[in-house]
Write a protein that binds this ligand. Structure first.
Ligand SMILES: [Zn+2]
Length: 162
């Protein structure tokens, strides 16, 4: 009967390694392992076999891990550069926005002084500021988000048209 007991414990060990064991079964397994060297040895051998299988899986195709790690490295580099360009883009966008706001603010504040200095009307000064400052910086603001798209499409466009 002792052999049957060991066999059922060995079966439990197999199940535990596959992760299909109940808490009660695990308890009786642990209890048996404490007192039985033969079953502890079986558990050790099974663990080693599984570890060996894990190593073997990577050896079946020696190129596969290289390909995966190369792809992961490339993807990580892409994500990093994307994040960097997004951050740079955000800062450029903020700078352009500040320029536009500063231009509008200057237009309001310096309106009278410009009118006096250049002996122009308020309307002329405002038009001048709008044409020379606000419109260019607003265009800059609007164009900025399209820059990454343009730079992404550029190599393809170059290949087709040039
Ligand atoms: Zn045993």
């Amino acid at each position: 009967m002792q052999t049957d007991r060991h066999e059922s414990i060995c079966h439990l060990i197999d199940e535990s390694l596959a992760g299909e064991i109940s808490g009660q079964e695990e308890q009786s397994l642990r209890k048996h392992l404490l007192t039985c060297a033969a079953c502890r040895q079986y558990l050790d051998a099974s663990n080693r076999a599984i570890a060996g299988l894990g190593g073997f899986a990577f050896e079946t195709d020696p190129n596969l891990p290289d390909i995966i790690s190369a792809a992961l490295t490339l993807r990580a580099a892409q994500l990093e550069s994307q994040q960097l360009s997004h951050r740079q883009l955000a800062w450029s966008y903020v700078a352009a926005l500040v320029l536009t706001l500063a231009g509008s603010f200057a237009a309001m504040q310096l309106d009278d002084r410009f009118a006096t200095v250049f002996s122009a009307t308020h309307q002329q000064v405002q038009l001048g500021l709008i044409a020379l400052w606000i419109v260019p910086s607003a265009c800059f603001c609007l164009l900025l988000p399209t820059l990454p798209l343009m730079s992404k499409r550029w190599p393809h466009a170059k290949g087709l048209s040039l």
